[in-house]
Design a protein around this ligand. Sequence first.
Ligand code: SF4
Length: 267
Amino acid sequence: MSAINLNARTLKASAAKASTAASAARDLPPRRPAAELQALAERGSAELAAAANGREATAAEVVAWVARNFGAGSVAVACSMADAVLPEIVSRQLPGVDVLFLDTGYHFAETYETRDAVAAALPVTVVDVLPLTTVPEQDAQHGTELFARDPNACCAMRKVEPLQRSLGGYELWFTGVRRDEAPTRANTPLVTWDERNGLVKVNPVAAWSYDELMDYATEHHVPVNVLLSQGYPSIGCAPCTAPVAAGADPRSGRWATLEKTECGLHL
Ligand code: SF4
């Protein structure tokens, strides 16, 4: 795996290093109190609904509300590097915004290539967020291929904990969650208070379909992962992502042989 050379930085693997690197590298402004941010989220949701006058606010309108109420340095965009539509939409109004990439150590080579393309093509700062242990260290502690024996534990260590740690200094995070991805995501709001992580959560493309996402990427020349056109409409870690047949549930290739459907980031 190559490190990013442009617009990128890495949150270190050890807890101590991660804390130091994060605070030193980000230089984030002081966070407002949680109660103030929660009230702001509730007000923003109501304002967007009122301004849209019966229709749902567009992604650009949602980002504009964020830009009016938050500084670029206090928000982050989560991106799996399946596509860079969300970073592109956000960076139009919040240039330089941090894009958090959860580098589990298990990604496809094509996903790392997409990450590098995003760092080079967009006015964003890609931040590699690393787990507390490398894959060999996890193997030594828990045995090899934990993803096959206990994927919830693997996701907790390689995705959920690193994300929660990395979100600590921000006031708001953007996600690319869409309602049509899964029944568990059908009620995704545009703006909400994320109780678990203690910050505002914004989902600007919640109402978009997969086709609308791809049309936007084509029209605006946004980097996309080549695996999307090779039978992988939903892309996660390589050991837990299989190609799906045309017309099948896009997320059916994730943990395909297991009951598991979510990594735990958006529960
Ligand atoms: S998706 Fe699979 S490999 Fe990746 S963190 Fe979860 S269980 Fe581990």
